[in-house]
Design a protein around this ligand. Sequence first.
Ligand code: GLN
Length: 477
Amino acid sequence: LSNQSTFNFLNAFVSLADRTSLLARAQSADEAQLASPHGARHGLAGKLIGIKDNICTTDLPTTAASSMLKNFMSPYDATVVKQLRGAGAIVAGKTNMDEFGMGSHSTHSAFGSVQSSRRGGEILSAGGSSGGSAVAVASAQCWAALGTDTGGSVRLPAAYTGVVGYKPSYGLLSRWGVIAYANSLDTVGIMARHVDGVKSIFEKLNVYDPQDPTSLPPSTRSHLGSSKTTTLLKIGIPLEYNISSLHPTVRKAWIQSLRHLEECGHTLHPVNLPSTQHALSAYYVLAPAEASSNLAKYDGVRYGSRAEGIDGTPSSVLFAKTRGQFLGPEVRRRILLGAFSLSAQAIDNYFIQAQKVRRLVSNDFNQVFEAPNQLVAGPSTLNSDGVDVLLCPTAPTLPPSLAEIENQEPLDAYMNDVFTVPASLAGLPAISVPVPIAKEDRNPELLEQGIRETAGMQIIGQFGDDNLVLDVARQLA
Ligand code: GLN
């Protein structure tokens, strides 16, 4: 604990573990380490981990940053928390986030906005929805953190705060005890300052969990992952990601990263992912549709807070009042959007179309990767013209200031997810790595203070190629 602190700086945490119990746990981790044959600290023992507040813990409330779940205490730990504690890691606290994971700047929280470091006195967006986890790691309030990534919520905050943020292939990490936003997209993600930190946590959590019906069983896991090593890879450059609104600083950092990988001996290959342009619209139909169904239980009767003074009123009034009082505007917007796109009048034109786009996005990826997708039926032959991984930016711009986004329309916030949702729709492993921006683009004031400005670069791999993605990330970092 000596060089890992826990205090709530930049509103990164919504609740903190008790300092005395932290010290006691750290001490027992130390004693266990000393008693071990090597006597040295290794693995996750004694490491402080921040846990996003939509992941259940028994010792601290789990609120998903919503007034609806204010003071909710879970009777059990989520599987991922159990696994971390089993490895000797210490839960530092619960991290701030966008309510129920819905947002891109961590400003939609019942606990107030997460704040990221200042640029010339400005407070920046931490990205969302796992912005608390990202800032907690970036500001060294913990060693690593768990977030959740449904459409980019681990990768975007990682890119905005300069840490590593990794979304594993869908179904590898258990979601048992994770408050659902959009089940078919939700994954637990990992943030740390270095790829090795992310990897050591991934290795502990990448285990089949019979309690999660979407956890991949051992029989499927045994087929996953190519035998490729990072010696000589084919790196794909998805041309559709070079959009006109890509900020020149980010484009330059992308080119620089590609050059670096080329210098490492890899070859570069332009590829096309034509359905990418429709991915964002499909995501913002599908995610709210699943959310409207998942959040239906927070009605003041089955779950959550209840509006007062309405006993004896019809249940529809009680539900509406409760939701109006305890859910934030962005969550209410998503529920309404989702309820509409699932309604009889709209389902064919919205929900079904979006599902079709989702399939097209997956097919695009399968067409450009050399390795076959092990989840797709049919002959699993190698596509010899294909690439091993894709490299593209995580977000089109550097982090905006909180002042800049204050008066934005919801659609402007949705735009930040344009590069992260495709991998989510296809369930693919994707990681955001901070790379330095060009010297001429740096803020002179920060340069003088020795602060390294970075942009997030994203590596996306075929389903199950998680280790390859992590290895390339290590070469880039
Ligand atoms: N910003 C996206 C959304 O609001 C992604 C959120 C997430 O990945 N949890 O839906």
